[in-house]
Ligand binder design. Structure first.
Ligand SMILES: N[C@@H](CCC(=O)N[C@@H](CS)C(=O)NCC(=O)O)C(=O)O
Length: 249
């Protein structure tokens, strides 16, 4: 298990490689003798936390990963808050050719940053300024400001020992409405992708969040939406996506 091995590890260098991730115990991001520039990711095994690892695996890039154990509240420790004042994962440290560090927080911002650095042929993103680029942004914002908070609140209120039915139904209805919006979108593009004719940051961002959940109703709704159902199956079968999700297992 990564978590236990990670907690016990005493040495201060890379102790394990998982896919493209060089799991790094030290807090980083400066690594002696590392070839610059490089990406050093602070993340954990959650839906938001897996977005950057999925993209990095698709891009075939080697990167450093410092697991931030949310159960141990590492994200609220002072050293981490200096990198991300919001106290959440993921955070990306980009160490440039000269050794200067840029910290980027927010999973969608990290994806956009990584795409600009590494996806020069735009295989998983779109050229800034193009029509598809703005449509991609539209779906990133839709996820981060809409579906993501609705679904996480649905799960939160659904799992409370004393359920507040008003809150449950408010967030359930909004989540289901968002799923229907996505169904309509996939029907409209007809390409099997949310934007354009290839996999992009829009699909990666939504996919990591839409994946199965503990709520029965949720699974039933997915079953009734054929475009989303097929999209989930197809995207989930892409080997690099599986790898990106499995980095933390
Ligand atoms: N909008 C942010 C959300 C980040 C977020 O909520 N991260 C969660 C894990 S998925 C977290 O760090 N939770 C721990 C906490 O809130 O203390 C993003 O997309 O990066």
């Amino acid at each position: 298990m990564l978590t236990l091995a990670y907690r016990k590890q005493k040495c201060d260098t890379i102790y394990e490689q998982r896919m493209g991730a060089h799991i790094y115990r030290d807090k980083g991001p400066i690594i002696k003798n590392a070839r610059r520039p490089y990406a050093f990711l602070y993340s954990w095994k959650t839906n938001n936390g897996r977005r950057p690892t999925v993209l990095l695996e698709l891009l075939g890039i080697d990167y450093y990963l410092h697991p931030v154990d949310l159960d141990l509240k590492v994200q609220k420790e002072d050293w981490y808050l200096k990198k991300n004042a919001n106290g959440k994962i993921p955070t990306l440290a980009w160490v440039d050719e000269k050794g200067d560090i840029t910290y980027i927080n927010e999973s969608a911002a990290i994806l956009l940053f990584l795409a600009d650095k590494y996806d020069k042929s735009r295989n998983f993103s779109f050229r800034p300024g193009s029509k598809e680029y703005y449509l991609q942004l539209e779906w990133l914002f839709f996820e981060l400001s809409g579906f993501c908070p609705y679904k996480s609140n649905w799960r939160f209120f659904h799992n409370l020992p004393e359920r507040d039915e008003t809150a449950v139904s408010r967030f359930r209805d909004e989540s289901i409405r968002c799923l229907k919006v996505l169904e309509t979108r996939l029907n409209k593009t007809g390409t099997g992708y949310l934007v354009g004719d290839h996999l992009s940051l829009a699909d990666i961002t939504l996919y990591t969040w839409i994946r199965p959940s503990q709520m029965d109703t949720y699974e039933e709704v997915i079953e009734s939406l054929p475009n989303i159902k097929n999209w989930i199956l197809r995207i989930g079968n892409i080997p690099e996506i599986k790898k990106g999700l499995a980095v933390f297992d």
